[in-house]
Every structure is written in C-alpha cells, then in structure tokens.
Design a protein around this ligand. Structure first.
Ligand SMILES: Nc1ncnc2c1ncn2[C@@H]1O[C@H](COP(=O)(O)OP(=O)(O)O)[C@@H](O)[C@H]1O
Ligand SMILES: [Mg+2]
Length: 463
C-alpha cells in the first residue's frame, strides 16, 4: 500500500472511532430524551386540562371542546371520566359516553390514589405501544374525575429517531470531510517523496546535475537539502577521481615511452637470441601497459563535457583504419573488407571514432579464426549514421553480451589472447559520449557484428 493509502486508512480508523464514540451515546441519549420530554409534556398538558375543567365538570359541551382541542395539540386521544369512571367526554367521538372505564387500571388508580399515573401499554386493537397518562381532577382534595391522554409511542419514537438519524448524517459528513482533508494532506506528503525518488533515479542514471526540489514539510525540505548536498559531493568526488585517473595515466605515459625506447635499443645491442626474445617480450608487455593507459585515459574522460561534435565522414574513417590494420590483418591471416553504401556522416569526434574502430577491428582479428573475413561497414538513415565491424568468429553468447561492455571484463574466448578488457568499454563510452549507442548482433552462420550508432551530422544529405 502506498503512503497515501496508509495515511488514509489510519485517518479513517481514528475518525470512525471518534465519531462512533461520540454519535452512538449521543443518539441513544437523544431518543431517551425525546421520550422523557413527551412523557413530561403529556403530564403537564393533562394537568392543565384537569385544572381548566375542575370547576364545571357538568358542562359536557365544554368538556368535549376542551378534550378535542387538547387531543389535536397533543396528537393523541383525550377522554374525561367522572368520579365513577363513566366517560363524560371523548375526543374520538360520543359513541363511548356513559360507558364505565373503571376496569382501566390507570383510571382506577388515579381516582383511588388521587395522583397522576403514567404507564406504557400495548394496545391490542391498534397493535402499537401507547403512552397512557391519567391525571385526577381534584376539587377540594376530592377526585371528581380523571383526564386521560393516550398517545402512540411510535410518533414519539419517530421524532427521536429522526434526531438520531440527523446526528448519524452529521457524523458521516464529518467523516467524509475528514477523509477529504486526509487525502489532501497525504498527497502533499507523498508528492515531494515521489519527486525525490525521481531525482534519485535520474542521479543513478548518471545525471549528477539533477537536484531535488525543496518542497513539502520542513523535514521533507531538509531531506531534499541533504540529498542535494550528497549529490553535489558525489559529483565532486567523481570529478576528482576522474581527474586523478586522467593525470595518473598521463603522467605514466612519458616514462613508459622511455622504457619502450630503451628496451628497443637494448634488443638491438643484445646480440644474444635468448636475451633478444626476453627483451621483445618485455617490449610487448610495455606496449600492453601503454594500451591500458590509453584506455584508462579515454574512460576517465567519460561523463565529462566532450565539447562540440564535428561532422566525421565514416567512409573516409573506415578507409583510414583499414589502411592501418592491413598489415596486422595479413599477419593474422584475415581478409579486411570495406563495405559501405554511399556517404555516412556522423556528428562526433574523429579521434574518438578512430579509437572505437581500432578496438572493434582489433577484437575481430583477435577473436575470429585465420582465413576468415573482417568487414568494416558504414551506412546512414534519416537520423542515424552507423559504423560496424563484422567477423566470422565464434560470436558472443547472449548471456555475455551485456557484460562485454563492462570495464576489465574479458570473455570466455579471450583466454589465449592479449587484452585489457577495456576495448568494448571504450567503444561504448565513445558511443554514449556522442549521444549514440552500441549494439551486438549475431551473424549467420557464424560471427559477430558490433555496431556503433551515432547521431547523423545535420546538413549532410544522402548522396
Ligand atoms: N569480435 C568478437 N568476437 C568474439 N568475442 C568478442 C569479440 N569482441 C569482443 N569479444 C569478447 O568481449 C570481451 C571484451 O572485449 P574487450 O572489451 O575488447 O576486451 P579484450 O579484447 O581486451 O578482452 C573479450 O574478452 C571477448 O571475450
Ligand atoms: Mg579488445
């Protein structure tokens, strides 16, 4: 689950807890309060009626009027009985007048005890719970009658429930508002983190100039600052390291050249075949060391600013390289072939491309058997110019293809060959420095084709 989801879940949990803890007791309280109020109201109304009619219980017409009016006000039924429990007036009509209500417990009790009686009763005829309130009509301490009010409990409960429902609705709105706010807060927390992750990935991809935006809460801004500081330092350290490797390689070159010259001179003076062989071997080692230094120097420039590119005519470049490799190819028993269709002009540095091509041709001569052809190819399309070297050797196994571009990696086929493991790393570094890429293809029936794809120089149209 994302940060936003987690925060939202936590918020929802707390909000629900608080709302339930508040709303449930409040709603129950509301319902019981509504009931208590209805009971008190019924009693006070019954008392009022009793007081109003105490003086003239004989005026039936007046009693009926009062009963009807009170029934309308209270939303129930009002009857007035005399001292012997006979009905004097009934808000529901005159049908029951004269009937004895002594059997009704509330009326009997109110008459006997001369005090108000209130009870709940299930009405069988109406099939609902009734609130029954009976108040004696007292004249000089004697009960001259009873006012009885009956109300449906359902109506009272309904109003209580309505209030409780309103409360629950209020709780739901509060929950929705709280979650909305949490959604916004969670988003504002998550966004800077996501942006920071994006910047970190950009740095990981080699863009050491990438900086995180300072946004969000104070802690998040601190994190962005710390991240930027770290990236800045990292850039500095890498730059220093690059410089160090470049300087060291450069400084080592001069004494190495001196060493080679001396070995050569010594070999000339040796006059002893055994010693000459040893000196020739030492010279080869020195040559290898010098190649290694050149490679390191090239790779040390990686990531630095290559400066502006120039149009490089790949056909001329291929011819020049072929010229240089003609003799070594003859010695190793390879046929060096040039194969291009028309012009191809890349935007890059000539020296860089020559170095890459040298490495590719050298590999092809090293790793393919004598008697086969090594082909240097060039071509271009709308966007890209390409330079490739193809051989008829053992090929590079798919599992090895990504690794052969790593520095110092030497493949299975390299065991018997001299080499530094820097050749293809340099080719790839050159391609990337000029905005291009390298790709390895398998050839049928056998062989490898390694291609350098570079941006085409603008303004050089296909011939
Ligand atoms: N043309 C090729 N055919 C087969 N294997 C190759 C070829 N070019 C490169 N390789 C493999 O890729 C590895 C890395 O090449 P490279 O970086 O030039 O290092 P090196 O040639 O010094 O070993 C080699 O050791 C070899 O195993
Ligand atoms: Mg090589």
């Amino acid at each position: 689950m994302g940060l936003r989801g987690r925060l939202l879940a936590a918020f929802a949990y707390v909000l629900l807890l608080v709302i339930v803890a508040l709303v449930v007791p409040l709603a129950l309280n509301l319902i019981s309060r509504a009931e208590a109020e209805a009971e008190a109201h019924a009693q006070s109304q019954a008392h009022l009626i009793a007081a109003a009619i105490a003086g003239n219980m004989q005026d039936r017409a007046e009693l009926r009027r009062v009963a009807r009016q009170a029934a309308g006000d209270l939303g129930g039924r009002v009857i007035v009985v005399g001292s012997r429990a006979r009905v004097f007036a009934d808000s529901a009509g005159r049908g029951l007048e004269g009937r004895s209500y002594r059997s009704r417990p509330e009326i009997a009790e109110a008459l006997a005890e001369r005090r108000p009686v209130q009870l709940r009763r299930q009405s069988r005829s109406l099939d609902q719970e009734l609130l029954v309130t009976a108040v004696p009509v007292l004249v000089g301490g004697k009960a001259t009658g009873v006012v009885r009010v009956t109300q449906s409990f359902e109506a009272i409960e309904r109003s209580g429930r309505r209030d409780a429902l309103a409360l629950v609705g209020f709780g739901a709105v509060a929950l929705a508002l709280g979650l909305g706010a949490a959604w916004l807060v969670a988003g504002s927390l998550a966004r800077p983190l996501r942006n920071l992750a994006g910047t970190a990935r950009s740095v990981a991809d080699g863009n050491l100039e990438a900086r995180a935006a300072r946004e969000g809460a104070r802690e998040q801004r601190e994190l962005a600052d710390a991240f930027n500081e770290m990236t800045g330092r990292l850039g500095g350290v890498l730059e220093a390291q690059r410089e160090f490797v470049a300087n060291a390689s450069h400084q080592l070159r001069t004494p190495l050249t001196g060493l080679r010259l001396r070995l050569e001179a010594a070999a000339l003076k040796a006059g002893n075949t055994e010693l000459e062989r040893e000196l020739a071997a030492a010279e080869r080692e020195a040559e290898r060391l010098s190649r290694l230094l050149n490679g390191l120097l090239t790779l040390a420039r990686e990531g630095g600013d290559p400066g502006p590119g120039r149009p490089v005519e790949l056909d001329l470049l291929a011819e020049e390289a072929a010229e240089r490799w003609r003799e070594p190819a003859r010695r190793s028993g390879h046929e060096l072939v040039l194969a291009g269709d028309g012009d191809a002009v890349a935007e890059a540095s000539r020296d860089d491309l020559l170095m890459a091509l040298d490495n590719l041709i050298e590999n092809a001569l090293h790793y393919s058997p004598a008697g086969t052809a090594v082909t240097v190819e060039w071509s271009q399309n709308r966007e890209w110019a390409s330079l490739a070297v193809a051989d008829e050797g053992p090929g590079i196994a798919p599992a090895e293809r990504a690794r052969v571009f790593q520095r110092f990696y030497r493949g299975a086929s390299a065991a018997s060959q001299p080499g530094t493991g820097l050749g293809l790393a340099i080719v790839d570094s050159v391609a990337r420095r000029w905005g291009g890429r390298t790709q390895i293809e398998e050839r049928r029936p056998r062989g490898t084709r390694i291609e350098l794809v570079l941006p085409r120089a603008p303004g050089f149209d296909e011939a």
